[in-house]
Write a protein that binds this ligand. Structure first.
Ligand SMILES: C[S@@+](CC[C@H](N)C(=O)[O-])C[C@H]1O[C@@H](n2cnc3c(N)ncnc32)[C@H](O)[C@@H]1O
Length: 271
């Protein structure tokens, strides 16, 4: 897909999802958020850049960690409405709308102690290039901690993409599972010039109370929200039915316990 089109699909898709995101995903993403913070080892007084910050799940935790000694936290995202959500929850932090691949037009280079990026790289047209740009924002010795969803077969909800893509002209997230597969994330972190690269895997289970909660998280609160908003009612019913069929193996009565896995990567800029 043309990179500019992908950026537009992401920007306006996440604008659609913004008001639903926290309620749908806060609990499900908590293990990834905790693992990124664990890898980042933030200290009071540090300057943190949170790229693709969304509604600020990581941003506000970062603020709690660095604020006591006069730290600074900047959140960036491509979606204006995600940033509005984040700014409401973390008025102490600064938020800037920016494509991750053009960060240095918007934030100072060689400035930050720590760079965070939680579940953002999969949506970018060129995650490798984005990591190079992100690393430039760090001072020598600065640290990176990122998370991505793992490979397709680890994620029980993965059929959401082909189900939606079959009904739209351009795929919503063409390379979503690439960066979390095999050695890709480690290689990308090393190619961005980072040393001491470490990768950990965090298996998880996403709990949904019932079929509507599972469908709302998938169709209203994530990257396919823009496509879904344009579907007519019969198409909406059809995609919901297909998605529920795809997660049927993990239904337990009314509830669903859908497996997934995160990949956490860390490293630092050589001093
Ligand atoms: C799944 S959300 C993750 C939000 C947050 N980091 C978290 O952990 O909850 C993905 C975010 O990536 C953002 N995004 C997608 N493509 C981007 C790009 N090229 N540059 C910056 N942000 C982007 C979206 O707008 C969205 O807010």
């Amino acid at each position: 897909m043309d990179a500019r089109l992908q950026l537009r699909v992401q920007r306006y898709g996440w604008d659609r999802a913004a008001s639903h995101y926290e309620q749908a995903w806060n609990r499900a993403l908590a293990p990834a958020t905790a693992a990124v913070l664990d890898a980042a080892k933030l200290r009071p007084g540090e300057r943190v850049l949170d790229v693709a910050c969304g509604s600020g799940l990581l941003t506000r935790e970062a603020w709690q960690a660095v604020a006591p000694d006069g730290g600074e936290v900047v959140g960036t995202d491509i979606s204006e409405l995600m940033l509005t959500e984040a700014a409401e929850r973390s008025p102490e932090c600064r938020f800037v709308r920016a494509d991750a691949q053009k960060l240095d037009d918007h934030v100072p280079v060689s400035h930050f102690d720590v760079l965070l990026c939680g579940l953002g790289l999969m949506y970018m047209p060129d995650p490798e290039a984005a990591l190079v740009t992100m690393a430039r924002c760090l001072r020598p010795g600065g640290r990176v901690a990122v998370s991505v969803w793992a490979e397709r077969r680890a994620c029980g909800w993965a059929e959401i993409f082909p189900i939606v893509d079959a009904r739209v002209h351009s795929e919503v997230c063409p390379m979503f599972f690439r960066v979390g597969s095999g050695d890709t994330l480690a290689q990308a972190l090393r190619a961005a010039g980072l040393a001491d690269v470490r990768i950990t895997r965090v298996p998880t289970v996403i709990h949904y109370e019932d079929a509507d909660t599972a469908c709302d998280a998938a169709f209203l609160a994530g990257p396919v929200a823009l496509a879904y908003s344009r579907f007519d009612e019969p198409t909406r019913l059809a995609v919901r039915a297909e998605y529920l069929a795809s997660i049927e193996p993990w239904r337990q009565g009314e509830r669903f316990e859908v497996p997934g896995a995160f990949v956490i990567g860390s490293g630092h800029v050589p001093a």
